[in-house]
Design a protein around this ligand. Structure first.
Ligand code: HEM
Ligand SMILES: *[C@@H]1O[C@H](CO)[C@@H](O)[C@H](O)[C@H]1NC(C)=O
Length: 496
């Protein structure tokens, strides 16, 4: 009897095997049909695709994908990841074609795999057309020279405070700077965006919630009590509420005719001005949501750029020397003065260094988009609907520019390679969704480079492979940027 039932069961096994084999075959055929003549792996692991090699060594995975793409003049390659057909784009020209065609009937920015669930459908990056254009127009006054000048003062106070504490922490030992600079950047963006409206307690809650959010970003999207993803979603909800409250407070203050002292103030003043011309509907919650997008968009990319700046200044002492010289013409820490917006505009070499850091180590290397329709990308190749395309802004930096592997800030001085190879500088994206915060981001990087170089003596704690690229998922030095730090100025400035 036992044997009989066992034999019965085994009789089904061949069927199960053949059905599974058939499904795998269909999946394989579907992949090859989409891939057509594109370079990329011919066989893919069922369902998972190549996600295992991607997770075990992300850097290597994208390097291989990039060499596939470079292997033909077309400049694109294919692969398969967890049930998704993907197309990788090496060529600057084709990347531009994606960025220029972000609209409901072509490509949609993805941002994060579970982004819509986590921070809602109304995120700036999911908007299209006139509505998106109008919002971008209203955001522009947040980044005028006058507004940036206001932020500069806030940024410097916070940078000084953190550099001081880094030096205290180091005391002869090397310390990893990734988390420390992320904390510094979070405090900076928080204060620049809504500083006057967060009291000490609100700030503490804010930081705890932002931490829940960061953990959730890396978690599986399991929306159940106790899971990291649910915690993150609820934390985002609270953060947006808090930020909405800040917008409301700011509006009151701006209505009363006070001077703007942070980003939301500039935004609310512009809003009030537009309202007086032509009434329209808006809610504080909406502002809260957008402010949250700003926080999210500014955090990790900025941190990445700061860490690479340290790494590259350490390995290029003559560049560091020139930065120190230039800064000394405008700013001496012991004078207790601030670096002004005017100074920043005149520090041409420091700006060239900041741009070169962002070129050679584009913080957000890939900007994933999903194809909403079949899209004719090249003469012969149609990207099938549902494909996730990955324009590589990282690869673009190594096209056009002469000797692209050289860290050479001089390319952005007399040689004006920023103008000549504008097309290849894609680190901030292109087209309708191009980074709104780029001027602020460059200012922040410049301020950091200027102050760090001037106030701190530093040396990288070099280990094998410490400068290799790690994905977190913006890119950072593999060792989280370990350095020895000590105070270089005779005393840290006091700006109050
Ligand atoms: C070095 C630092 C930064 C880098 C490399 C960077 C890069 C990018 C990239 C590649 C995009 C997508 C562009 C596209 O799809 O064409 C983007 C979008 C965006 N960035 Fe940045 N970013 C940085 C800093 C910032 C900062 C500091 C802010 C805020 C103050 C910010 C706010 C935004 C926003 C709001 C968007 C979405 C724009 C839209 O969808 O219309 N970014 N950024
Ligand atoms: C990942 O791959 C790169 C080569 O692309 C290699 O240099 C690096 O050591 C690898 N990292 C790990 C952790 O294996």
């Amino acid at each position: 009897m036992e044997f009989f039932s066992w034999a019965m069961t085994t009789n089904y096994i061949p069927y199960i095997i053949s059905i599974t084999a058939l499904l795998l075959l269909l999946e394989q055929i579907s992949y090859l049909k989409k891939k057509r003549f594109l370079p990329g792996p011919t066989l893919v692991v069922p369902f998972l695709g190549n996600v295992i090699s991607m997770v075990t060594n992300t850097t290597k995975f994208w390097e291989i994908q990039s060499s596939y793409a470079k292997s033909t003049p077309l400049g694109i390659s294919a692969n398969y990841l967890i049930g998704h057909y993907i197309v990788y784009i090496y060529s600057s020209d084709l990347s531009h074609k994606i960025f220029a065609n972000v609209r409901p009937d072509a490509f949609h920015l993805v941002g994060h795999p579970f982004g819509k669930k986590l921070f809602g459908e109304h995120n700036l990056i999911y908007m299209f057309g006139q509505e998106h254009k109008d919002l971008r127009r209203r955001i522009a006054p947040n980044f005028t020279p006058r507004a940036l000048q206001t932020y500069t003062n806030i940024q410097q106070r916070i940078i000084i405070k953190h550099l001081k504490s880094w030096c205290d922490k180091s005391r002869g030992n090397s310390i990893p700077l990734r988390i420390l600079s992320r904390d510094m950047n979070l405090e900076t963006s928080q204060t620049v965006f809504v500083g006057p409206y967060l009291n000490e307690e609100a700030r503490k809650r804010f930081n705890t919630d932002y931490n829940f959010f960061n953990v959730g970003l890396m978690a599986l999207p399991i929306d159940l009590p106790g899971f990291a993803f649910r915690n993150a979603r609820l934390a985002v909800e609270r953060l947006v509420q808090t930020l909405a409250g800040c917008a409301e407070e700011s509006e009151k203050k701006m209505k009363a005719g006070e001077e703007p002292t942070c980003l939301i103030d500039f935004w609310m003043s512009e809003n009030l001005r537009e309202l007086s011309e032509k009434p329209f509907e808006y809610s504080y919650r909406e502002f809260g949501g957008h402010l949250f997008d700003f926080l999210f968009a500014s955090q990790d990319a900025s941190t990445s750029s700061l860490l690479w700046a340290i790494t590259l200044l350490d390995s290029h002492p003559h560049v560091l020397e020139r930065v120190r010289k230039e800064v000394a013409n405008y700013w001496v820490p012991e004078n207790d003065a601030v670096i002004t917006g005017e100074h920043l505009r005149e520090m041409k070499y420091t700006e060239a260094v900041a741009r070169e850091v962002v070129r050679i180590r584009a913080p957000a290397t890939l900007v994933p988009h999903v194809a909403g329709v079949d899209f004719q990308l090249t003469e012969n190749y149609v990207v099938p609907k549902g494909t996730i395309v990955f324009p590589s802004v990282f690869d673009s930096s190594f096209q056009g520019f002469p000797e692209p592997d050289q860290f050479d800030p001089d390319r952005f001085m007399e040689r004006e390679e920023d103008r000549v190879y504008k097309k290849n500088f894609l680190a901030f994206g292109a087209g309708p969704h191009q980074c709104v915060g780029q001027r602020y981001a460059i200012n922040h990087l410049m301020l950091f480079i200027a102050m760090f170089s001037t106030m701190v003596d530093f040396k990288r704690d070099r280990t094998d492979g410490c400068d290799e690229i790690a994905y977190v998922p913006t890119i950072v030095p593999k060792d989280d940027c370990r350095v020895f730090l000590s105070q270089r100025c005779t005393r840290f400035p006091s700006l109050d």
